[in-house]
Write a protein that binds this ligand. Structure first.
Ligand code: NAD
Ligand code: DAU
Length: 346
């Protein structure tokens, strides 16, 4: 098979390309990625010399480029990871999120229709369901939970999901969607909670915890997300949504303290800063459907996953130091120091 992976130079897409090449060496993988600030060719490393892998730099919203690539490659499966993915950035520039996340999805699906692609898989997020209250641990997101978004990011992802379902119903496009909880693991861009805390703690810099730190996220090791997507895009029912998560809820404060304990750094580095506007309180996935229908279960316990993630950051300093020393440095100053998030502790 010939598989298009968009956004494969990013965190989850990169891990997914490695996963595909290892699990299905007979399948060819083409990666289309615009190499935005979040995309990094060094993530793909040795794959760039793999004859069963091809990298193409380009924007999924660029209709001509996408058409030409589909005409040339005749894909069997398209899996779309490409997106603007950071909630805080979506507060600063919503338009970019609408363009990549919604229009980009439409352009890809139009090409799938035109060139008769056998499966279009959309990588979505639990954020489309909004949030759950902190005092109702009995509540979980199921595939039937109504869409109820909080940020321009989650609104753009939900809009894309609705378009995907519409293309299935109206045009018969063979689609599937996965909605996953928070991922962590290697190649995670150091603006997101876990890698931000690891890299800042290593430099003995203050660790900015938004609000009270009581918000809850449901963490899944990235490889477990990859195995879920692989199953759904090959064996999942067409037109269906599958939630992906491993029942691993933690408060942000717990996560930061765990990272500090693994690194042997003091909790005095924790600094409470102004809260994220519209901050979702709790995410919690009910993964019963993907388990019952496809037998999927996560393999990595959080305690092991977080240790191996910290080790990866210790062993791959060059990967993240290059990011921290590049353009990202200015982004961080503008988004957080300039915007006051780090300026004033609470
Ligand atoms: P990321 O920001 O690390 O990577 C995104 C990649 O997409 C980058 O390589 C970037 O260059 C590329 N990209 C962005 N816009 C593009 C465009 N217009 N055309 C082509 N390439 C473009 O993101 P991630 O954390 O790996 O997330 C990947 C996908 O998974 C996203 O769709 C996200 O919504 C979803 N998701 C993420 C998580 C998570 O915890 N990170 C959880 C659930 C779902
Ligand atoms: O749930 C899936 C989503 O998880 C994905 O769809 C998104 O692409 C991904 O970025 C992630 O979204 P979050 O907003 O949950 O992730 P983030 O790492 O930005 O923040 C996790 C929690 O930590 C959140 O409650 C905000 C908090 N936080 C984050 C940062 C960056 C802090 O307290 N301090 C910080 O500096």
């Amino acid at each position: 098979m010939n598989i298009l992976v968009t956004g494969g130079a990013g965190f989850i897409g990169g891990n997914f390309v490695y996963f595909q090449r290892e699990k299905h060496p007979e399948d060819r993988v083409v990666c289309l990625d615009a190499l935005t600030y979040a995309g990094n060719l060094s993530t793909l490393g040795s794959l760039l010399d793999d004859p069963m892998f091809r990298f193409v730099k380009g924007d999924i919203a660029d209709r001509e480029l996408v058409r030409a690539l589909f005409a040339e490659e005749k894909f069997d499966i398209v899996v779309n990871f490409a997106a603007e993915s950071h909630v805080d950035r979506s507060l600063e520039n919503p338009e970019l999120f609408l363009k990549s996340n919604i229009l980009g999805t439409q352009v890809l699906m139009d090409a799938c229709r035109e060139f008769g692609v056998g499966r279009y898989h959309q990588v979505s997020t639990d954020e489309v369901y909004g949030d759950l209250p902190l005092d109702r641990p009995d509540l979980f997101f199921t595939e039937e939970t109504p869409i109820h978004t909080s940020s321009p990011y989650s609104a753009s992802k939900a809009s894309a999901d609705l378009l995907v379902l519409a293309y299935h119903r109206t045009f018969g496009l063979p689609v599937s969607i996965t909605r996953c909880s928070n991922n962590y693991g290697p190649y995670h861009f150091p603006e997101k909670l876990i890698p931000l805390m690891i890299t800042r703690a290593l430099a003995d810099e203050p660790l900015p915890v938004y609000g009270t730190g009581e918000n809850v996220r449901d963490w899944l090791f990235v490889k477990d997300h990859c195995s879920a997507i692989d199953l759904v895009m090959r064996k999942g029912r067409v037109g269906e949504i599958y939630n992906v998560g491993g029942h691993n809820e933690r408060t942000n404060l717990d996560v930061v303290k765990t990272v500090l304990a693994v690194l042997g750094k003091p909790e005095s580095l924790i600094t409470y800063v102004a809260d994220r506007p519209g901050h979702d309180r709790r995410y919690a996935i009910d993964p019963t459907k993907i388990h019952n229908e496809l037998g999927w279960l996560p393999e990595t316990r959080f305690e092991e996953g977080i240790k191996s993630t910290v080790e990866w950051y210790l062993e791959n300093r060059e990967w993240w130091e290059n990011i921290l020393n590049g353009d990202y440095k200015n982004d961080y100053e503008r988004l957080y120091n300039g915007g006051g998030r780090l300026g004033g502790t609470k």
